[in-house]
Design a protein around this ligand. Structure first.
Ligand code: 13P
Length: 302
């Protein structure tokens, strides 16, 4: 088993009306936790890292761990680079074996967003790598990308159509009212806008800011065509909280295996609740069949 391009699994999810969770992992431990979680539920999986995590762990180490996990757990698994604004980092990750990348040029004007997305499409389409782009601006904090609430902007449905026409991008993240991080109140999700966009474009849509959205809202987003849900904050919090509690209980603890075991279990439990929520439990075999023998081996360019 090797890492797969996420486009086919997301297209299938959109067609069949379920979602696939993309978990942001910040350590290799977290990567194995979510893989174990998905395997136990027989679910397809997207593991993703931010640019900060790529810098911290190294793309080759992340790819090696993701391949080892997909090998061990035998689930269709894609490795995605989240919110990348830097073309060089993006190419480095593709070269290392990432099977999906997000070019985030949402802070630029529409035409520049198109240009930057096309620059990535030019490479990715020959290498069997999924590409995600963002329209509008998702609020909140993700790594070193900070968008104040006042600057957040929802995606315009007619622009989504034009953007797909001009780029051919296979997955689109339209801003629809969610934000990265934990909300002070309930998120103000614009379901009507999701419906309009989903009626106009048939690519799988991506729900950013997947943490702390009420369950019924997540189900509604997924049923409307948001086929990939990104979850970062809640996973990171569950993992870290378990470590904090361990040290509160045992301030002199020094054995990482003890506190990391608890952290991994907490991350796994959280991951399983999200996988069940979007309805992809039990879909791994059918998703795997989409790829046949054409699993890529991550050895891409030269
Ligand atoms: P949360 O941190 O709100 O889960 O958002 C994750 C995300 O959208 C990553 O791109």
């Amino acid at each position: 088993m090797v890492l797969v391009n996420s486009t086919p699994m997301l297209k299938e999810a959109r067609k069949s009306g379920y979602g696939i969770v993309a978990f942001n992992v910040h350590s290799l431990d977290m990567l194995y936790s979510v893989a174990e979680a998905a395997a136990e539920l027989d679910a397809p999986l997207i593991v993703q890292t931010t640019v900060g995590t790529v810098r911290n762990l190294g793309p080759e180490n992340i790819v090696a761990a993701a391949k080892a996990a997909s090998e061990e757990y035998k689930i269709p698994m894609a490795l995605h680079l989240d919110h990348c604004t830097d073309y060089d980092v993006l190419i480095k990750c593709i070269r290392a074996g990432y099977t999906s990348v997000m070019i985030d040029a949402s802070m630029h004007e529409f035409d520049e967003n198109v240009r930057r997305t096309n620059q990535v499409m030019d490479v990715a389409k020959f290498l069997d790598v999924n590409v995600e782009a963002e329209l509008g601006k998702v609020g909140g904090v993700e790594d070193d990308i900070v968008v104040d609430e006042a600057d957040a902007q929802k995606a315009v449905p007619s622009e989504c159509v034009k953007f797909i026409e001009l780029t051919g991008v296979p997955t689109l993240a339209p801003a629809i009212g969610t934000a990265h991080g934990i909300y002070s109140g309930d998120p103000d999700i614009d379901f009507e806008r999701i419906e309009k966009i989903a009626n106009l474009v048939d690519v799988p849509l991506v729900l950013h800011g997947g943490s702390a959205i009420p369950d019924e809202d997540v189900r509604r987003c997924v049923s409307l065509g948001m086929s990939k849900m990104n979850v970062s904050t809640e996973l990171k919090n569950a993992y870290s909280q378990a470590i904090k509690e361990h040290f509160e209980d045992k301030p002199n603890a020094l054995d990482p295996r003890q506190y990391l075991t608890k952290a991994k279990q907490a991350a796994k439990d959280l991951a399983q609740s999200k996988i069940k929520l979007v309805g992809c439990q039990g879909k791994a075999s059918e998703v795997q069949a989409l790829y046949g023998n054409e699993y890529k081996d991550g050895a891409l360019i030269g």
